[in-house]
Structure formats: structure tokens, C-alpha cells
Design a protein around this ligand. Sequence first.
Ligand SMILES: [Zn+2]
Length: 118
Amino acid sequence: MGKEYAVLSFFKQKKIDYLFLPEKNQVVIPCPHCGKPINMCTDTTEWDCHRCETNGNLINFIKGVQKGEIKSKIYNPKRERKELLQMIHKLRTETNREQIDKMKEKLDRLINYYKKEG
Ligand SMILES: [Zn+2]
């Protein structure tokens, strides 16, 4: 965990949305040129974008960022789950409590099922 930490703190500092995949040594970030999600290796910091056919390392990425802000969001399953549970919680009332709780339970089981698969 040396370079990896530096890479992630760069994204945090620049407020660039990212999803860290520690088991793959990768971080998913928006392409600095087109905003499409790209994978950067946290060991080599190399990345390439299939959409706009650009590639490079962290240095090239930083140069790309300097041309403009990157506001694209990366799909983050953990964040989605949290938001979904908050939405469900808001829908919960005295009268539908049982159904909503059942739904929440089913959703959690489904998520855990796919977590094992992935
Ligand atoms: Zn691109």
C-alpha cells in the first residue's frame, strides 16, 4: 500500500469520483477526456480509454484533468445500496411497515447473493 494510497488521495483531493477495487489493484475513474469509466492499475497507474482511444499513466491523467473539471460519476454499488436503503426507509410507515421490511430483507439477500458471485 504505497502508491495506491497516493493515487487514491489524489482523486479524493481533486474531488474526482472513483471506485477502488483492492482485489484487482484497480481504481475505476472517469476518463479525463470523455468522462467514460476507465480502469487504472494502482501499481503502474496505467489506464486506457476504449471510447476516445487515449491512454497513459497518472501523469497524463493529471495533465488531462488540468484542462477541465471532471464531474462524471462512477457507479458505486455501496453508495447505491446506501441510497436505496434510505429511500426505502423514507417510504416506511405504520401501515406498510411489514411489507417494507420484507422488501428490505429480500433486497439485502439479493445483494449478498451477487456479492458472492462477483
Ligand atoms: Zn475517454
